[in-house]
Design a protein around this ligand. Sequence first.
Ligand SMILES: [Zn+2]
Length: 132
Amino acid sequence: MAKKEQTEKAGERMKDSCADVKCPFHGKLKIRGRSFEGRVIRKFPKRITIELERMIYIRKYERYTKSRTKIHARLPDCLEKEINIGDLVKVQECRPLSKIIHFVVTEKIKDTNLKQDSDIAHHRSIKQGDKK
Ligand SMILES: [Zn+2]
């Protein structure tokens, strides 16, 4: 094939545009700071709650413990249809949009349909200590 068809730029995956001012792709919202990946546990109009697990080091016991963190993130209009409860999404920090929202959803990583057994598969074997 000699002819090359130019479609869209590689960086722009979003087909639909939205009228949302607070959209990181089509609006004026700038994203910066930290980003996290988590599972959607609640969905509201224009807002979702995600939960993520992380390891926290406890100095006293010199060990790590699992901790769950919830993050409220803004859901832009263009992502509202494709994100549902249970999905794995990526959120990026932005300016505080309200009292509890200072993150915005930027990407959908995994669908609900895929199994979420990663936690169980990731189990660690606990050693029983020395017998003697
Ligand atoms: Zn948008």
